[in-house]
Design a protein around this ligand. Sequence first.
Ligand code: PAF
Length: 280
Amino acid sequence: MAHIVSTIAELRSAIAALKHTSVGRARIGMVPTMGALHDGHVSLVTEAKAHCDHVVVSIFVNPAQFAPHEDFDAYPRTLDADLARLGDAAAIVFAPNAREMYPEGFATGITVGGPSAGLETDFRPHFFTGVATVVAKLLIAALPDIAVFGEKDYQQLQVVTRLVRDLALPTRIIGAPTLREADGLAMSSRNAYLSADERKVAATLNVILKNAILQARRGDLRAAEMAAESALTTAGFDSVDYVAIRDAESLSVIAALERPARILAAAKIGKTRLIDNMAV
Ligand code: PAF
């Protein structure tokens, strides 16, 4: 069972105790999460373990990345089940409360430009400042050698990579592939919100993106995006925020597939907003 800590001071001393061994310095990996852990998160921990000696998992539903109308209150909080799911895979679980992360009078926000422009930001303008601020605080608290983020949140992965590079934080960011259900639906804590009928619609997202990739490879990226948007509506999504084919690193708009590219999409079924992405 992991050592559970809830303050930054406890986290630092628990990490220091793990780091300094009689045979040298152990390498520390971190997997930041908001809990409600599923197999996708476990795969991030497994990826981290491949690069380090001990993994720290943080579990914190970060209020700063939710807008007032979003699902902060409803977001599943399942600490006991999360700890059971992690078992011995994490050496330390950091589960702070909001006061620990945002003490009275907290007045700092980190804004990353570059890859945060457009896509999620067009629909969730507060989101990446909330993510970048909490991730910076977690990385500065733990100073891990590596930290693993899922490709499922691809724009977030690029934003965090840029944050760490720009601020010269001493952590290597590693992206881990998206884990999928048998029908291809990307694993997400928010899948728990889907009714049985919505779950069937959700499964079409990955298929539609695969078709869009084939169409994009034939040449017209904008036509492929538009065809995918209308296929999502036909499949039963209530609204489509975007389907976009972008440069895989900068996420800037591209006219042709001359460099590695990524297709990214966000769409809503009922109250549930799903995102997915794939290499083109
Ligand atoms: O991807 C998530 O679960 C969150 O955005 C993160 C990175 C843990 C920051 O709160």
